[in-house]
Design a protein around this ligand. Structure first.
Ligand code: NAP
Length: 306
């Protein structure tokens, strides 16, 4: 495929930007990839493993003459980066981001994007619990969703080009409104992460009592929680601080349901528990029937102890 952008600037060189660099290289999607990261250490690793064509010291330097600028830093760092690059952006360029929260990022970045530069926020729904410049891989976005957040003024040509880039990196692209995105992600990702963090914290307290048993007998359910709870602390702190309302809304509902289940257990209301679990099992079946997940036991990862 011929290059979709002559020069792409990656600001931040972690899991997401690193995977983008590798996917773009694999597909020949960018004429040149210029990258930068906050620390000399990360920039050094990027040079060592040949992640980009060029690694530069500052974001302002990286965006010079770039046709596409990708902000791939934690959500809480977006304002400072946008302020730094704003005056250096090339007229006609597109700025996008990969942040996990959208309304906050729009408020943080849009004021620094000059007229004549297109700002199209984005969010690939793909990731792992690993971070840093060595964690990326070209296949990360394959068959995963990437949500783009245009508004009424978005240039259709710029949107189409960005969509084509994500599709060429293997993603399925949908457009969505920022507030809707933040609510959907609060349900599907943000609240579940908080629940996993909490469960691992509770188990850690228990471990002091039960002498390593929690880890020793750790089976599917808890093991999956520990994987999620190993996710990057900076990224997730920023997600909760910037998607506060939607996350609190979902956690409020979660707490109500939890209390109802707690009461059913206390009062021995087996019918309630059975009905609830039957309903949730139906939801899982619906996901499989829609072809959105595998029916293989333990997601095809082999047998578990229980
Ligand atoms: P990552 O692997 O931790 O990489 C983050 C990059 O941002 C690093 O290069 C880091 O530089 C740089 N950075 C950190 N703090 C900074 C600051 N204050 N100013 C400037 N640069 C800073 O993170 P990631 O997983 O790629 O996540 C990047 C973005 O993608 C985040 O907004 C996140 O919400 C979003 N996202 C993540 C996932 C996921 O599952 N990981 C999925 C979808 C979207 P140093 O290494 O030099 O510190």
């Amino acid at each position: 495929m011929s290059a979709l952008y002559d020069r792409v600037a990656l600001i931040g060189l972690g899991l997401i930007a690193g995977s983008m660099a590798l996917a773009m290289r694999r597909g020949g999607l960018a004429g040149e990839i210029v990258g930068t990261a906050r620390s000399a250490e990360t920039r050094g690793v990027a040079v060592e493993i040949g992640l980009c064509d060029r690694v530069v010291e500052t974001a302002a330097e990286a965006v010079m003459d770039a046709d596409l600028v990708v902000l791939a830093v934690p959500v809480g760092a977006m304002t400072a980066v946008a302020e730094e690059i704003g005056p250096k952006l090339k007229p006609g360029a597109t700025v996008t981001d990969v942040g996990s929260v959208k309304r906050h990022v729009i408020g943080a970045v849009a004021p620094f994007v000059p007229d004549g530069v297109h700002f199209i926020p984005g969010h690939p729904l793909a990731g792992t619990e690993h971070s840093g410049p060595r964690s990326g891989f070209a296949e990360l976005f394959e068959n995963r969703w990437c949500l783009l957040i245009p508004d009424a003024d978005t240039d259709p040509g710029a949107l189409q080009r960005l969509r084509a880039l994500w599709e060429a990196m293997g993603a399925n692209v949908e457009t969505m409104d920022a507030d809707h995105h933040d609510l959907v992600l609060a349900v599907t990702s943000h609240a579940p992460h908080l629940i996993a963090y909490t469960m691992v914290g509770v188990a850690d307290d228990m471990r002091r009592v039960t002498d390593q048993e929690v880890i020793k007998y750790s089976a599917a359910g808890f093991r999956d929680f520990t994987r999620i709870a190993a996710s990057d602390p900076t990224m997730w702190r920023d997600v909760f601080l910037t998607n506060k309302d939607a996350t609190l809304e979902i956690l409020g509902r979660f707490t109500e349901e939890l209390f109802a289940l707690q009461r059913a257990i206390r009062t021995g209301d087996g019918a309630h528990l059975f009905e609830y679990f039957t309903h949730t099992r139906d939801i899982r079946r619906g996901i499989i029937e829609a072809g959105q997940d595998t029916d293989a036991p333990n997601f095809g990862r082999g047998a578990v102890k229980e």
